[in-house]
Design a protein around this ligand. Structure first.
Ligand code: ARG
Length: 717
């Protein structure tokens, strides 16, 4: 047994020295007051003003929100941008065909003229961050939670309208601490973004779904873009006349390398965390939500994969959808496993019990925990209905098309012309881009059958739509599953949503009369009405209650622990996290090119571990350039204890001087419960080392033009 006294002594003596680094996704405008001293203790050499400044250019001006889902950083004075390969994936796959296959083969523009417009990709830079809590609180004074929910968007609109009047900015209001604070973020959004370079996906996605969310890792998860502006430096739609954007600030790059204990910080746009979740929410995730999502996604992935393996064009057309469904399929599986493994419900219960003791004589808080228990007890048993609808009933492409059509048809019936117009253009585009050729249709039939059989097996007859039961029974098949197969066959024979051209024609001229009797329109109506009448009200009521209880809980926690610095949950707003380069368990902190080669030799039959020949050749020829560390090896990935989540993908990992040392691209398996509870012991950020990025650009891509464009700064810290 370990010596408890020694451990205790160590903790006591270490406490004054230890910094509070690692956990926390901090708001930039609070950083100077809340974190900066601690950051200095950790080793930062920049002033607070150099990191975030209201008036002068600072690091924050180099960080871009990439297509609203990832993070990217500007690395030259000509708008050159780095992000993850998996963030550029959709654009790269979209530009690929079997003949011009840049997803598989990679691509490097040798001049600006060769860069490829990437439609749909946008880059938004933060112009201003403002605390608007007082204004919002004044506007909602005296309202109960339900009324607040009804009015919040209107209040937000007033504020964003004011912030964007007379300028070309975009504005967003965000709730912090579940409604205890409100913030306004103003952006400048660029939409002429071009692909400059990408490694082949067997580097950019090396290890595939097998290695995803895992360490040790050997993925070159980066891609390169460039932002263009009009000649005045303002955002403009794509035009051949646009010029490379001249940023207010860009990151320098350093190839000096990192070692355990070095300062590391990340700025980016983390998407969503639930760090203040109640213990009952953990149970809902492990026992209901997560296994359901995993089970339903599994059906889609298997059917798609079978078709993707047969044909390159099919594989390319489904690649992006497959990757994003698979990414969170594995995520939800890992999250459930680690919530249990890391005993997160117990951690939450302990915190709740402390809170309960503190709150018991405080009128504002004393009923919170009892009300939470009651709300969860009532809602949990039917909570899965929402996931069956979202991840099941409308997941087959044929159903998705019918669902979109139903939105449009309903708007048409209601005579809401503005909504019809908006939906028509938005949905028309989505439908046009949907992969839905013969092979995808083939997979879709299997998906729909599989999902409906699972739905039937998991749900009581009285919870299912009567229309669905009657319809299946009408086939008088041997059993219900055979009836489902017959139903699906009929749907694909008779519905206009089984055919892309027919569906597109309808979206161009959407008339309710044309789909009223369509079997898939009826399917959507039946399932939606069933969900709306039996389950939706419960969900809405629960969400409202939970939100309000959680607002009170966080408010109480902050009151209860006045010395603790709390940070708000991630909500896609810009944040900073700082800490150190740090290994965990018995793992080494860094992986090397040798490891890439080793995995290829060991798992070479698995296409996820295939490698481009030029990488193998360069390795054999020891063509490593200046991209090695002291051991003479090329570093590939390393670990930090920074606190990130999805949305941070592509974020710059910066050293004490704010120089780029790598790109964050993943988290590790042992801490998959991290969105709900930060695990200080085992939670790590997985980073692709900038030296691997540059080595690939230089030695495999021959893109020395880009290396020259970036500033490499190897001065001592
Ligand atoms: N797990 C990563 C994230 O969500 C994405 C990794 C992409 N790679 C992959 N093999 N799917 O940030």
């Amino acid at each position: 047994m370990k010596n408890k006294l020694l451990i205790l002594l160590a903790i006591v003596f270490m406490a004054p020295l230890a910094s509070k680094a690692d956990e926390g996704m901090w708001l930039l405008n609070m950083m100077e007051r809340m974190n900066y001293k601690d950051m200095q203790k950790c080793g930062v050499k920049l002033t607070a003003e150099q990191i975030y400044s209201i008036n002068n250019s600072s690091l924050k001006d180099a960080i871009g929100w990439f297509s609203n889902g990832c993070t990217s950083e500007i690395v030259s004075d000509q708008g050159l941008v780095l992000t993850n390969h998996h963030c550029g994936y959709d654009a790269i796959a979209g530009l690929s065909t079997a003949k011009d296959n840049i997803l598989d083969n990679g691509f490097w523009a040798k001049s600006k003229a060769e860069e490829r417009p990437a439609p749909g990709v946008t880059l938004a830079l933060v112009v201003a961050i403002k605390d608007i809590t007082n204004e919002v609180m004044d506007s909602i004074k005296g309202m109960d939670a339900a009324t607040v929910n009804k009015n919040l968007n209107r209040i937000y609109r007033t504020i964003t309208k004011r912030a964007t009047e007379g300028n070309h900015y975009e504005a967003q209001c965000r709730q912090m601490f579940n409604g205890n604070a409100y913030y306004l973020f103003t952006f400048e959004r660029f939409s002429d973004v071009r692909l400059v370079g990408t490694p082949p996906q067997n580097i950019g996605k090396y290890g595939g779904d097998t290695d995803n969310w895992m360490w040790p890792r050997h993925t070159g998860d980066f891609s390169v873009f460039r932002v263009y502006s009009d000649k005045d430096g303002k955002p403009a739609p794509y035009s051949a006349d646009n010029i490379p954007y001249k940023p207010k600030s860009h990151l320098k790059v350093t190839t000096s390398g990192v070692k355990t204990g070095d300062y590391a910080m990340i700025m980016g746009f983390p998407g969503r965390t639930d760090r203040y979740m109640f213990s009952q929410g953990v149970k809902m995730a492990t026992d209901y939500k997560n296994p359901t999502i995993v089970k339903l996604r599994d059906i889609r992935l298997k059917a798609w994969k079978a078709e993707m393996n047969k044909d390159t064009d099919v594989r390319l057309s489904l690649a992006s959808d497959y990757a994003s469904v698979a990414n969170y399929w594995k995520y939800f599986d890992g999250e459930a496993a680690q919530l249990k493994n890391n005993k997160v419900a117990d951690i939450k219960r302990k915190q709740e019990s402390k809170f309960g003791k503190w709150a018991k004589d405080k009128d504002e808080y004393k009923t919170v925990l009892g009300d939470v228990e009651k709300a969860y007890t009532e809602y949990t048993p039917t909570s899965n209905q929402y996931w069956y609808w979202r991840e099941g009933i409308i997941a087959p492409t044929i159903a998705k098309l019918a669902y979109y059509a139903s939105l449009l048809a309903d708007a048409e019936e209601a005579g809401n012309e503005a909504r019809v117009k908006g939906l028509k253009s938005a949905l028309g585009k989505i439908v046009e881009e949907m992969p839905y050729g013969e092979a995808v249709v083939r997979a879709d039939k299997i998906i729909m059958s599989g999902i409906l059989k699972t739905y039937n097996a998991d749900n009581k007859v009285e919870d299912q739509p009567k229309w669905f039961r009657d319809n299946i029974e009408a086939y008088k098949a041997d059993n219900f599953d055979a009836g489902i197969d017959a139903f699906v066959a009929t749907a694909f024979e008779s519905s206009i949503f089984a055919d892309k051209d027919m569906a597109m024609a309808w979206f161009k001229n959407p008339r309710m009369a044309l789909i009223k009797n369509d079997i898939m329109y009826q399917y959507i109506q039946a399932f939606k009405t069933n969900y709306d009448t039996k389950f939706k009200a419960k969900r809405d009521e629960f969400n409202e209650k939970e939100q309000e209880l959680s607002r009170l809980y966080i408010k109480g926690l902050i009151e209860q622990n006045p010395k603790t610095n709390y940070y708000p949950d991630a909500n896609s707003s810009m944040r900073l996290t700082y800490g150190k380069v740090k290994p965990y368990m018995n793992y080494k902190v860094m992986t090397y090119l040798d490891g890439v080669i080793e995995k290829n030799k060991k798992f070479g039959d698995n296409p996820e571990f295939s490698l481009p020949q030029n990488l193998i050749d360069a390795y054999n020829n020891k063509d490593f350039g200046n991209y090695t560390d002291k051991t003479g090896k090329v570093p590939v990935c390393f670990l930090t204890d920074n606190d990130i989540t999805g949305g941070n993908s592509g974020s710059p990992v910066m050293d004490a001087k704010g120089r780029l040392i790598g790109l964050a691209f993943d988290g590790n398996w042992e801490a998959m419960s991290g969105n709900i509870s930060y695990n200080a012991k085992n939670q790590r950020t997985i980073v692709v080392d900038i030296r691997y990025v540059l080595w690939i650009m230089d030695k495999l891509g021959g893109a020395t033009n880009l290396i020259d464009e970036m500033k490499i700064d190897n001065t001592k810290i």
